[in-house]
Design a protein around this ligand. Sequence first.
Ligand SMILES: [Zn+2]
Length: 228
Amino acid sequence: MCGQIRDFIVPPRPARTLCGRTLAVASIADIKLKHRELVLTFDDGPMPEHTEAVLRALDDASVKATFLMIGAQASRNPDLVRMVAERGHTVGSHTNHHLNLKEVDPGTARADIDTGIENVAAALRPSRFPAAPFFRFPFLLGTRLLRKELSSRRIVVLDADITVGDSDVTLSPQRLHRQAVRRIVRRGSGMVLMHDIHARTAALLPGLFAEIRRRGFTIVHLVPAVAE
Ligand SMILES: [Zn+2]
C-alpha cells in the first residue's frame, strides 16, 4: 500500500501509479530525490473544508503528503490535525502565528516556532500519531541562527523547490494547472509547496495528479527517521 512506513521499494518506471517510495528523514541531507520524484507539502492549515478536500484528492490518488501546520490553526481544529495523521500523512509545523521570522527578534521567533510545535503536538496527543520533527519557515524565510538552532535540536527544516502558485488569486484554474505542470516539469524533481487553505488547491489536485502521472512522476512520502 502506498505510504506504508519503511517501504523503500521503488516502483518500476514508467510509473503506473503516482505512489512512490517512503523516505525516512533524520536530516535535510537524507532528502535526495531522483529525477521525476516529488514530495508534496501543504502549508498553513489545517482549515475546515479545504484540508478535508485536499485529503480526499490525496486518497483518490493513493499518495501521501506532509502537512506543515500553523499551531494556532491546529489548536482551533485538533480533529483535523488528527484526521490528517490518521490518513497516513506526515504532520510537521510552520510556527504558531506565521510570523516573518527574519523580521522579528530571535526571542520572538523562537517562541513562535516552539508554540507552533507544542500546539501541533498537543492536537495529536489523543491519537497514537506523533508529530514529525519537520518545520518550514513562513514565507520560506529563516535566519542562519534559527536554522542552526533547529538543526541542533534535530528538527528538519523543509524548504521548497517548486511553488505552484496556488495562493495567487488572479490565476484561473486552467492557468494555475498549466503553471503548476510547467514548473514541476521544468524542475524535474523536488519538494512542491502548496496550501490546504484554498478551495482552488484541492480543485487543482486531480488534474495535476493525472498530468504528472502521465509524465512518469511519483510522489515520495517523507517520514521521520526513527531515533536509534
Ligand atoms: Zn505559510
